[in-house]
Structures are given as structure tokens and as C-alpha cells.
Design a protein around this ligand. Structure first.
Ligand code: ADP
Ligand code: MG
Length: 246
């Protein structure tokens, strides 16, 4: 596919003897929302981390917007700006205000002025519904609010693609929806997204495509309707049986 924004070709990755990504081929189109599902330990986090090169790969190719991932240096810093990532743990800078958390990257990496960075940060904080908290420190916010700040912080770098690795798994249940709603509106605006989640309602609703991983392999790729109503592989049937029947 030529208009793919993120492309992985024959990607292999080992941790010692463990073959954690097995010949992964995946093409994510511009504006597409991919939901990565799979049992614990199947390689979902590792796959996400290779896309912004938090993990190196042993063989294969990964490209973003037609450019191969750079090895190091300035080009790698640039790539990291293009690929936004939100993790399970909120990892905001604890000793910086919410506003400073969001303006830091644009000022340091994109070279924006304080005034411009703050204006954009306030607009993004308003968009995720936490602009009234801008002067507070992270610890003063709820987990759901902190995770929405983490999303605003990633967006401030004007990423081409956003990676989410279980962004709601560490949240109290009543805060899960506010974060998922933020992600749904981002998807509606056309953001390209790769999301690892256990929120099956969200997966059904938001995914353009489900990619099911097991033991480091892409076992199945399907639309949400196909995947949830008619999974083809035994691995996917087993996985869905475990998570949907309780
Ligand atoms: N840094 C690491 N060193 C060694 N093994 C790792 C490392 N990170 C992950 N693994 C192993 O790789 C496999 C895939 O892990 P991971 O990508 O975190 O899976 P998932 O996110 O699907 O639960 C697991 O067996 C895990 O224990
Ligand atoms: Mg994981």
C-alpha cells in the first residue's frame, strides 16, 4: 500500500532466546484506527515500542510516512516527535505544572516561543477538558485527568500517528470512559492511531481494523464486526471466549 503512514515489513525481534515479534507485516493507512489485541505476553507493547524505536529490531523495516526509522541522533528525535505515545502509567513530569508538561516538548524540540507554546497548550488542554487544571501539579489531578494531559502533551508535538499502550488499564473504573471518549474524538478528527486495549466496547466502536497478535505473530486481521462475531482462528476464539464470557 502506497498511502500507508506506518509500515512494518518482515519485522523480527528477539529478547535473548525469545522470538517476541515474528515476521510482522503491518500497514496502517492515514487516518486509520488499528486496535491491537492479544493475550498477555503476545508482543503488543514490544510492537508499539519498535514503532517509535524505544526498542530496536533484529531484521525487517519500519517506515513512517515513507521514511525508514532513523537509527539515532537528530533524525530520531524528530521521529519521536512524529510518533506520539501514551502509556498505561501516566508518566507526566511530576515536578512540573500541567501547562509546563505540555509546553516543554514544543519549546525544546520544535523551538516554539513560550507564548506560542502556551497558547497551543491551552487549546489542547481545553480540547481534552482539563484547561482549568493548567497551573496545578500532576499529583493534584485524578488519574483520568492526568491521562488526558498525557494525550494533550503528545498532541502538542503535532504527531502523525498516536500509539496508545493500554492507556486506561491503570485507571479507576469511573475514569476509563473520559479517556476513551477523548480517544474517540481524536479518531473522528482523522488521527492515525494504533491502540492496545482491553476495552472491547471501545475496540468495537473505534477500530477500523482489529489486529490480533498471539505469540509474536499476527494471527488475524479483520474488521471489528468480523473479528467479534466470526473470529477465524482458534487462538482468537479462545481469547474472545476468555474475555467476553464473564
Ligand atoms: N525488555 C525485555 N527483556 C526481555 N523480555 C521481554 C522484555 N520486554 C518484554 N519481554 C517479553 O516479551 C514478551 C512480549 O512482551 P510484551 O510485548 O510486553 O507483551 P504484551 O504487551 O502483549 O503483554 C513477553 O514474554 C515478555 O516477558
Ligand atoms: Mg503490554
Amino acid at each position: 500500500m502506497n498511502d500507508s503512514l506506518v509500515q512494518l515489513k518482515n519485522v523480527n525481534k528477539h529478547f535473548g532466546a525469545l522470538h517476541v515479534l515474528k515476521d510482522i507485516n503491518l500497514s496502517v493507512g492515514k487516518g486509520e484506527v488499528i486496535i491491537l489485541l492479544g493475550p498477555s505476553g503476545s508482543g503488543k507493547s514490544t510492537l508499539c515500542r519498535t514503532i517509535n524505536r524505544l526498542e530496536t529490531i533484529d531484521s525487517g523495516e519500519i517506515s513512517i510516512d515513507g521514511k525508514l526509522l532513523p537509527e539515532e541522533g537528530k533524525a530520531l528525535a524528530q521521529l519521536r516527535a512524529e510518533v506520539g505515545m501514551v502509556f498505561q502509567s501516566f508518566n507526566l513530569f511530576a515536578h512540573k505544572s500541567i501547562l509546563d508538561n505540555v509546553t516543554l516538548g514544543p519549546r525544546k524540540v520544535l523551538g516554539k516561543s513560550k507564548a506560542e507554546a502556551e497558547e497551543e497548550a491551552m487549546a489542547l488542554l481545553a480540547k481534552v477538558g482539563v484547561d482549568s487544571q493548567a497551573q496545578k501539579m500532576p499529583a493534584q489531578l485524578s488519574g483520568g485527568q492526568q491521562q488526558r494531559v498525557a494525550i494533550a502533551r503528545a498532541l502538542a508535538m503535532k504527531p502523525k500517528v498516536m500509539l496508545f499502550d493500554e492507556p486506561t488499564s491503570a485507571l479507576d473504573p469511573e475514569m476509563v470512559n473520559e479517556v476513551l471518549e477523548t480517544m474517540v474524538s481524536l479518531a473522528k478528527e482523522g488521527m492515525t492511531m494504533i491502540v492496545v486495549t482491553h476495552e472491547m466496547g471501545f475496540a468495537r466502536r473505534a477500530a477500523d481494523r482489529i489486529v490480533f497478535l498471539a505469540d509474536g505473530e499476527i494471527v488475524e486481521e479483520a474488521t471489528p464486526t468480523e473479528f467479534f462475531t466470526n473470529p477465524k482462528s482458534d487462538r482468537a476464539k479462545d481469547f474472545l471466549g476468555k474475555i467476553l464470557n464473564h
